[in-house]
Design a protein around this ligand. Structure first.
Ligand SMILES: [Zn+2]
Length: 106
C-alpha cells in the first residue's frame, strides 16, 4: 500500500513546517476561473485529485514539489520545488501556471 508511504511523507512535511516558522506566511492568492482549471489539471497529474499540486508547476510538473515551499492558493495547496519557483509563483500565479500548461500538441 503506497497510501501509508504517502501519509508518512505528509507527516514528515508537516513536522518540517512546524519546525521552521521563520518565513512569514505568503500573501493570499485569489483564484480566477482560468487559474482554477489549470490547478485542477495540475492536481490530477499525480493521479490524486486531493487539491494538493504535488509537482512543481514552474518546472512543467516534472520536479517534485516540497512541502516547505508550499503555497496556499484558494482551496488548493501548490508545492514548488525551490525558493525561486515559489517566489515566481507568488509573483504571478497565472503566468506561472501558463508556463506549465502545454501550449502546443506534440
Ligand atoms: Zn520548480
Amino acid at each position: 500500500m503506497t497510501i501509508w508511504k504517502q501519509s508518512l511523507i505528509l507527516l514528515a512535511g508537516v513536522g518540517l513546517i512546524a519546525c521552521s516558522q521563520s518565513t512569514p506566511p505568503p500573501p493570499a492568492i485569489v483564484l480566477t476561473d482560468e487559474l482554477r482549471i489549470q490547478l485542477a489539471a495540475a492536481d490530477a497529474v499525480d493521479g490524486k485529485t486531493d487539491h494538493v499540486v504535488a509537482k512543481c508547476v514552474l518546472c512543467n510538473l516534472k520536479m517534485d514539489g516540497k512541502p516547505q515551499f508550499a503555497v496556499p492558493a484558494g482551496d488548493y495547496t501548490v508545492r514548488l520545488c525551490s525558493t525561486g519557483c515559489r517566489a515566481s509563483f507568488l509573483a504571478d500565479p497565472a503566468k506561472a501556471m501558463k508556463i506549465s500548461a502545454p501550449s502546443m500538441p506534440h
